[in-house]
Design a protein around this ligand. Structure first.
Ligand SMILES: Cc1cc2nc3c(=O)[nH]c(=O)nc-3n(C[C@H](O)[C@H](O)[C@H](O)COP(=O)(O)OP(=O)(O)OC[C@H]3O[C@@H](n4cnc5c(N)ncnc54)[C@H](O)[C@@H]3O)c2cc1C
Length: 377
């Protein structure tokens, strides 16, 4: 059989692979995308669907998240992907959490992050999903988007094929790259000038030595969602609490953060043990998506822990009031993460680029990474 040919071949039809494919196609390249599963199954369909610039450190990372956000809004307008400009609300219950929110609201706008501190009464008054009990204050940010990951990723694949003529080879696992050839299971071979390997948390199939050398880790997150809330009830902004302030690097600009971290470590060891921080988003179906925990490498079990879900729900009940708390689905996802870098790039063969491990920010940053990579080429 003759080899088939494309300018660019992408291995992995999750958000990272699709972002690199889209940016290539926008620049007039012919593109083929391979994914081993016929329907997306990876981290890109298992997440909250939060496009979350507020979690990125002010400066280049935050700016990249905003560039990514532009692409999501373009997808909304051109492809009909549901992307709601819901914003976000961080809720403070302890005085130390409140101190971090006030300090962030004081410092971050000067660094280009739009956000406002809201006194408790105003936050609870404006946003009925907020539980006013014990609330001290909140940080409101308008930049965050909500997408529905399974629908968004499936639609993005379709859109790339329809609008840009991208060839989709779904259900085709790539078993070898030997530039310029890409070999799929079953003997299908393509030639490409440029290959992107965006296989998510698969470290074994292609270039295992790259992942080992980079020190990439796997992280498991437990998630839940409710039934659709009754009567079209909406959460409004994404919700996050005090634990989230300890999670995202953005808040490290606050001098008040170490005191909060120390108190959390002393008072909430079970949350720290499982890497729990609690967030909630709502999709277009009205389901509230709730999570999450962070367990790494050898701690990753195929069996989920009911204890984690209980801790997450108990914490969320302090933050939020939902009309219907019934959990309709539980699942976990696994992503790849580098301890320090926002994404791992490697070029194991000339023209073959491994782009992987955006950690917990792939929905937020992937379009930005891909834009930046192609702009720099
Ligand atoms: C529970 C959870 C919640 C999260 N919440 C958020 C959030 O709200 N906001 C946010 O910004 N980020 C979030 N993230 C992070 C985000 O989901 C990930 O960073 C992102 O999805 C990673 O995308 P990816 O394309 O690298 O991986 P994946 O989505 O896993 O895609 C990799 C794809 O490659 C395919 N593949 C692998 N090997 C091969 C091969 N050899 N041949 C063919 N195909 C192959 C796989 O089948 C898979 O489809 C969350 C992650 C999880 C797990």
């Amino acid at each position: 059989m003759d080899d088939r040919r494309a300018d660019v071949a992408v291995v992995g039809g999750g958000i990272v692979g699709l972002a690199f494919a889209w940016e290539a196609a926008r620049r007039g390249r012919s593109v083929v995308v391979f994914d081993r599963t016929p329907v997306p199954q990876g981290a890109s369909v298992r997440n909250f669907g939060m496009v979350w610039p507020i979690g990125q450190p002010p400066g280049p990372d935050h700016a990249r998240a905003l560039r990514s956000r532009e692409r999501w809004l373009e997808l909304r307008d051109r492809a009909g992907v549901w992307a709601a400009e819901c914003g976000s609300l961080h809720l403070a219950h302890g005085p130390d959490e409140d101190a971090v929110l006030r300090e962030f609201a004081d410092k971050a706008p000067a660094a280009g992050v739009e956000c406002t501190y809201l006194p408790a009464a105003e936050a609870a008054g404006r946003f009925p999903a907020v539980n006013p009990g014990g609330l001290r204050g909140a940080l409101h940010s308008p930049a965050e988007l909500a997408v529905n990951p399974p629908a968004a990723v499936a639609r993005l694949q379709q859109f790339l094929a329809e609008a840009h003529g991208v060839t989709l080879r779904l259900g085709a696992a790539v078993v070898g790259v030997d530039m310029p050839r890409v070999r799929a299971a079953g003997g299908e071979v393509w030639r490409a000038d440029r290959v992107f390997v965006c296989g998510g948390a698969d470290f074994e199939t292609l270039f295992p030595e790259v992942f080992a050398a980079a020190g990439v880790r796997r992280c498991k997150l437990q998630m839940m969602k409710t039934r659709p809330q009754p009567g079209g009830w909406r959460v409004g902004p994404h919700l996050a609490g005090g634990l989230t302030l300890c999670h995202y690097k953005a808040f490290e600009l606050c001098r008040s953060l170490p005191a909060l971290k120390a108190r959390v470590a002393a008072e909430l060891p079970e949350y720290v043990r499982y890497g729990i921080h609690v967030m909630a988003s709502q999709n277009d179906r009205g389901e509230v998506v709730i999570g999450d925990s962070h367990e790494y490498d050898a701690d990753i079990s195929p069996f989920d822990k009911a204890e984690i879900d209980d801790l997450v729900l108990a914490y969320l009940r302090k933050m939020a009031r939902l009309p219907d708390w019934a959990v309709a689905a539980r699942w976990h996802g696994v992503y790849a993460k580098h301890p320090d870098e926002p994404i791992v790039y490697a070029e194991p063969q000339p023209g073959c680029v491994v782009a992987a491990a955006p950690g917990g920010a792939g929905m937020t940053l992937s379009f930005g990474f891909a834009r930046d990579w192609w702009d720099a080429t």
